[in-house]
Design a protein around this ligand. Structure first.
Ligand code: GDP
Ligand code: MG
Length: 638
């Protein structure tokens, strides 16, 4: 079954609503105020069935210039437009503005209807036809059929029905594969149901009772009571008019312009890059920075637009621009946008969204333009890989899917191939997949080696760079899983060695200057001769004189394992600590417990050393503390 939306466009009072009513028997002017004043204020909805059973949805838009903002909310979902022109008035300002909007939105096809022919004569109608031909020249309506009709007498209605039927049959149906996206165009309450929203499904599909989220507010809900044209359905999909009941949400929490998506698929943005066309009829050129009103799907936002590849844009010209929004908006790559100037608000141009997550880092104008140009014509696969390669630290599958505007499953298929060719790698990061471009991976590998070289250049005596220090130097955004992947790859390639404490360059040895060597020998002697009563670190450093050299050599000996650090103040010479441990173990042959006082006698040390020693042996699992004494852990287990 096909679904598509036929929309009206044209100047006020040219007979749009009357035509929709004549074709569908439904009055699209549903508001009391509209009926009273005979004026369309907001979008109207109607439908009729073609002889083959295809249901055609109509969106009727207001023609008044004050309500163009409402018109835009309906225009974004149209597949076919009927441009309505009054035979007695011919082309008028909103005829032009609506046509401009349709062009900018990329509406693919349409029909021109000359209405009220019962009030005109042939000569006049011919003039109107000529004016229409001038108007549509060079546009998507250039070869569109022109039908002359009267909604009052019914003349020409059969002809337009047939033309609509042909257009519907020839129109290709939207695919249902995209991310589910439902921009809300109406919100109301229904007794017994609570908040109900209507809209046109822009992409994807949704089943009844699925969890959803409303953007940009982020309010979670569930989709109940799916309907299309008052018929209950189990599923709604791309191209359909639809309505749904949002559970647990009230009228006040929802508004036109909000978008319904599946949870965790899309994040709203405040920043986007777009290609912009300034209409040839725009009153003035655009400056480097402009205050504008941005329209996307059913939403609108005040925005600041900065030209990227030039300082000024003349009417009729095209360029790239960065758009900053005052409030976040749910927008997709590839979306058509409309921009309007302020006071008086008037359509000045539009364009296409190229990137919904532009890098905050300021690229130079030319460089950025080059990047956007490459994105403009890129396929889904190329775009995916381009975005991937931009992030040195990798990107999650979810965020790259949102950035390209495609569902994660579609990307999984692309990445499967990229893993095989080696162009991409992946790491599991708590439920999501971190994707990494080979180029980023290689660049980061080089940085790891670079950081290590820098580290050892300034600290020749060190054996290892502590892991955490290395990771933090690479950047706070680096996922631990990615870091491990890098290390594993470098170790396999032989350029890295790791131990529990740290990371070193493959085959590297500490290099000591003659004075460092001397210091090392001296300090080693101090610790060896001190037996079980070594000096504190600061005592050892002071005793040697050159505090810095002493500190360096102490940490080197700790890294090497010649010294064992047992507390923040003490290290023991390994060859002294090992026998001490054995003595303690043996002492438990004669006694079940060991007290601080016992250890003092056993090793001939003072309390200052005995306490940290016992705590150290507890820590390494030799002994354990019970009350004011120690027991041997091995004995406990028996
Ligand atoms: N005589 C005649 N009047 C029409 C025709 N179409 C619309 N009208 C009248 O023109 C006025 C404006 O029509 P409407 O459909 O509200 O215009 P819209 O603003 O474009 O929606 C209404 O009073 C209609 O009854 C027509 O084909 N013939
Ligand atoms: Mg109307």
């Amino acid at each position: 079954m096909k679904h598509l939306i036929v929309g009206t466009a044209g100047h006020i009072d040219h007979g749009k609503s009357a035509l929709v009513k004549a074709l569908t028997n439904i009055d699209p002017d549903r508001l009391k105020e509209e009926k009273e004043r005979g004026l369309t204020i907001d979008l109207g909805f109607a439908h009729f069935d073609l002889p083959d059973g295809t249901r055609v949805a109509f969106v009727d838009v207001p023609g008044h210039e004050r309500f163009v903002k409402n018109m835009l909310a309906g225009a974004a979902g149209m597949d076919i437009v009927v441009l309505v022109i009054d035979a007695t008035e011919s082309v008028m300002p909103q005829t032009r503005e609506h046509l401009d909007i349709m062009k900018l939105l990329g509406v693919p096809r349409g029909i021109v209807a000359i209405t009220k022919i019962d009030l005109s004569d042939e000569e006049m109608i011919e003039i109107v036809e000529e004016e229409i031909k001038d108007l549509v020249e060079g546009s998507f309506l250039e070869d569109a059929p022109i039908v002359k009709l009267s909604s009052k007498t019914g003349e020409g209605l059969d002809e337009i029905r047939k033309l609509i039927a042909t257009a519907v049959l020839e129109h290709s149906q939207k695919s249902e594969d995209g991310l589910f996206r439902f921009p809300i165009d109406r919100v109301f309450t229904m007794k017994g149901f609570g908040a109900v929203v209507t809209g046109t499904v822009f992409s994807g599909r949704l089943d009844e009772d699925e969890p959803v989220v409303v953007l940009p507010t982020g309010l979670p809900s569930r989709a109940r009571q799916l309907q299309s044209h008052n018929t209950k359905l189990p599923t709604i999909s791309a191209g359909m008019r639809g309505s749904l009941n949002l559970t647990n949400l009230s009228l006040q929490q929802l508004s036109r312009g909000d978008t319904i998506v599946r949870p965790g698929t899309v994040e709203p943005t405040r920043l986007l890059d777009a290609q912009i066309d300034l209409l040839a009829t725009a009153p003035r050129a655009l400056k480097k920075t402009n205050i504008i009103k941005l329209y996307v799907a059913t939403s609108q936002r005040p925005a600041r637009m900065t030209l990227i590849d030039r300082d000024k844009l003349e009417p009729g010209e095209r360029c790239y621009a960065l758009i900053r929004l005052s409030e976040p908006l749910c927008v997709f790559r590839g979306d058509r946008i409309i921009i309007r100037g302020e006071s008086p608000e008037y359509t000045i141009g539009g364009g296409v969204v190229l990137d919904v997550a532009p890098l905050k880092r300021r690229a130079k104008g030319d460089e950025k333009a080059q990047w956007l140009k490459s994105l403009e014509a890129a396929t889904l696969e190329e775009t995916t890989m381009a975005f991937l390669a931009q992030g040195l630290m990798g990107t999650t599958l979810t965020s790259i899917a949102a950035r390209v505007g495609a569902p994660a499953n579609t990307l999984r298929a692309i990445f499967q191939r990229k893993f095989e060719t080696g162009e991409a790698l992946s790491a599991d990061v708590g439920g999501d997949t971190l994707l990494i471009a080979r180029s980023s991976f290689d660049a980061l590998k080089e940085r790891v080696v670079g950081e290590l070289k820098d580290f050892f250049d300034s600290q020749q005596h060190r054996l290892f760079m502590p892991r955490e220090e290395l990771r933090s130097r690479l950047g706070p955004d680096l996922a631990p899983q990615y870091f491990e992947l890098l290390l594993a790859d470098l170790i396999e390639g032989g350029s890295l060695e790791t131990t529990r404490e740290g990371v070193s360059l493959g085959g590297r040895k500490a290099q000591l200057t003659p004075s460092q060597k001397k210091a090392r020998g001296e300090i080693e002697r101090v610790y060896r001769e001190a037996g079980c009563s070594p000096p504190t670190f600061s005592q050892a450093e002071e005793q040697f004189g050159d505090t810095k050299a002493a500190r360096q050599m102490i940490s080197l000996m700790i890294e090497e394992g010649a010294l064992t650090k047992i507390s923040p103040t003490f290290a023991y010479y390994r060859d002294n600590l090992d026998p001490a441990r054995e003595k303690i173990r043996e002492s438990f042959n004669d006694s079940d417990t060991l007290k601080v006082g016992d250890l003092k006698t056993l090793l001939g040390v003072s309390r200052k050393h005995a306490v940290p020693l016992l705590e150290y042996f507890d820590r390494i699992g030799l002994t354990t503390r019970v009350g004011d004494h120690r027991v041997l852990k091995e004995k406990l287990r028996k």
